[in-house]
Design a protein around this ligand. Structure first.
Ligand code: DAH
Length: 389
């Protein structure tokens, strides 16, 4: 006798009760109407199993247990009921069996489609985009404080008609020195310990990392006739050992204004305007004589200490830590463009006049924002960066 198919190891999805394993004679079925009600019983059991929600695997188990060739219910019924039926029952068993078979097949086909759409549905639920969920928040970061100070200064000079130009960080000695009236062996070259590039043998000109943004004065005037009003923000390099106020790379903004009638008054007025915009209207400025080969006269600009109000005394008494009691803070170098420089750019030195300045950005940022170590600008520690969102 054939064994019943037990796909799940339980009877939950099984077609069999022991009736399909026994013959009609064993079951005491002798009349055609008994055959009909026996088949109705089987069909009701199938219908109840087929009416459960089915996914693919459970649909397959159901199919196997009813239509499986070796031990499905239909096979058992064929073997145990039909083949063993007495001649007077054979016909009605055959008819009922055919009806049952047709019913099983159509129902299983329908349920297969349902199982498929159930699977599709659960996939679509899994993959559905819920637009009401909060989005992924990506921190967008902020400008580095140096960049912010650049922008602050650029805005001030934009407002009085300057424009921004930028230039190469790798320069020739001509632009970095000679054309700025600093010939070879001029002592000021000693102030700028310079990084020269290692060039292939036979290279025509030495190259260096610019030690200041001043070379862009020359490049700008070479390209453009007066009037010139530019500022040049950028990185510069010197062979300095790192400490709280020195770094091998730092930042400058060069300024240059050249026209036919620019006076020393225009110069000091412009600088004063800038300094008051940057530190606040109550600061005072002063200049002291200085020396740069490319300006004549040259000056050093100071600002009255914005932290102690130019008194040199801290608010709680004692010496102001920022200006060390001096009441003034040295800001940057500047001057009227030396006529010798005009000679390098084919300007008429008799007609052209103008001024230039070179602002150290790191120093200014440190002053304004109370930073006591230039190295923090380059370490990029987020605990520092986050303080300047
Ligand atoms: N280039 C100078 C330096 O790095 C700074 C400077 C001084 C620039 C005077 C100027 C200027 O344009 O007029 O030390």
């Amino acid at each position: 006798m054939l064994r019943p198919f037990k796909a799940t190891g339980t009877d939950a999805m099984s077609s069999s009760d022991n009736k399909t394993e026994r013959t009609l004679a064993d079951l005491g079925v002798t009349q055609p109407d008994q055959v009909v009600s026996l088949f109705a019983e089987v069909r009701a059991r199938f219908d109840s199993q087929a009416s459960r929600p089915l996914d693919h695997p459970s649909w397959e188990i159901l199919r196997q247990s009813w239509l499986g060739r070796k031990s499905g219910a239909l096979t058992l019924i064929t073997e145990n009921w039909l083949k063993a039926a007495s001649p007077d029952l054979k016909r009605s068993v055959g008819q009922e069996l055919n009806k049952l078979k047709a019913h099983l097949e159509t129902t299983l086909d329908e349920r297969k489609l349902d199982a498929q759409s159930l699977a599709d549905h659960s996939v679509s639920i899994r993959e559905r985009v819920d637009l009401s969920l909060p989005g992924v928040i990506r921190p967008i970061g902020s400008h580095h404080l140096i960049r912010q100070v650049f922008q602050e200064i650029e805005d001030i000079f934009f407002s009085i008609g300057f424009s921004v130009v930028e230039g190469p960080e790798i320069e020739t000695p001509y632009y970095n020195f000679e054309a700025l009236n600093i010939p070879e062996f001029h002592p000021v070259r000693d102030d700028m310990d310079t990084f020269y590039l290692d060039l292939p043998k036979g290279a025509k000109t030495p190259l260096l990392l610019r030690t200041h943004t001043s070379p862009m004065q020359i490049r700008t005037m070479e390209k453009q006739k007066p009037p010139v009003r530019v500022i040049v923000p950028g990185k510069v390099y010197r062979r300095d050992n790192p400490d709280a106020t020195h770094s091998f790379a730092f930042h400058q903004i060069e300024g240059l204004a050249v026209d036919t009638d620019i006076t020393f008054c225009d110069f000091t007025g412009t600088i004063e305007y800038f300094v008051k915009q940057f530190f606040g209207p109550s600061v005072k400025t002063r200049f002291r004589p200085s020396y740069f080969p490319f300006t004549e006269p040259s000056v050093e600009f100071d600002v009255s200490c914005p932290f102690c109000g130019g008194t040199g005394t801290a608010s709680g008494g004692g010496t102001c830590a920022k200006c060390k009691g001096a009441a003034w803070i040295e800001l940057f170098g500047a001057g009227m463009v030396d006529p010798a420089v005009y000679g390098f750019v084919n300007y008429d030195a008799k007609k052209a006049s103008g001024f230039a300045f070179g602002i150290g950005i790191d120093r200014l940022a440190m002053l304004k924002y109370g930073i006591d170590d230039i190295q923090v600008f380059f370490q990029n520690d987020v605990r520092f960066l986050r303080q300047f969102p």
